[in-house]
Design a protein around this ligand. Structure first.
Ligand SMILES: [Zn+2]
Length: 211
């Protein structure tokens, strides 16, 4: 099963990625992990990438794609793989299809408004780390941790302006990819507003039907 997973930050993509990889026995490949691994091992590609990063530059596509090619030759990819956060651009998507025939580009679709509510409502206890949501999982006393009585806080990542900025970046990057994979006939869309278990069951059935 060769999958590219698409979805906004806050769409529940990480959770679904973990379920898919466990169910189908395939690795989740993130280019960030791949870069770190190559740099840690001091591979030729890792050293090249490091030179760009040390200079404050993005690692160019050709290096990333060469790493992807190497990564896909590893034995754990024998049954397939799942990409999360890659490709980010059409040139990357075009290059990826030269090294692997994807079975599916799976979009976990969640409207922005829903993601904004889900993320901006999150609160965390700075002392014990317990998480809440102002409407979905409220503490017994508003703004106070049930466990330790500490005043709850909002993570910087969950602030409305941060969430909206990340959603804008996501749409700019991802919408062309959605069209690209639709054109290839391999785009599948799952409603990410559903409960995680319900969405997971739908994804499982959908992927099994492709086999
Ligand atoms: Zn607490």
């Amino acid at each position: 099963m060769k999958i590219v997973l698409l979805g906004a930050p806050g769409s529940g993509k990480g959770t679904q990625a973990a379920r898919i990889t466990a169910e189908f026995g395939i690795p989740a490949i993130s280019t960030g992990d791949m870069l770190r691994e190559n740099m840690r091992k001091g591979t030729e590609l890792g050293l090249k990438a490091k030179a760009f990063m040390d200079g404050g530059n993005l690692v160019p596509d050709d290096i990333i794609l060469e790493m992807v090619g190497e990564r896909l030759k590893q034995p754990d990819c024998a049954n397939g793989f799942l990409f999360d956060g890659f490709p980010r651009t059409i040139p990357q998507a075009e290059a990826l299809e030269k090294v692997a025939a994807l079975d599916c580009a799976l979009l976990l679709d969640v409207p922005d408004k829903f993601i904004e509510e889900r993320m901006t409502g999150r609160r965390v206890c700075p002392k014990c780390g317990r998480t809440y949501h102002v409407t979905n999982i409220p503490p017994k006393v508003a703004g106070i941790c049930d466990d330790c009585g500490t005043e709850l806080a909002q993570r910087d990542d969950d602030r409305p302006e941060t969430v909206r900025a990340r959603l804008r970046v996501y749409h700019d990057q991802t919408e062309p990819l959605v069209d690209f994979y639709k054109g290839r006939g391999i785009l599948k869309v799952v409603d990410g507003r559903q409960e995680l278990d319900v969405a997971a069951a739908e994804i499982s059935a959908l992927l099994r039907s492709l086999k």
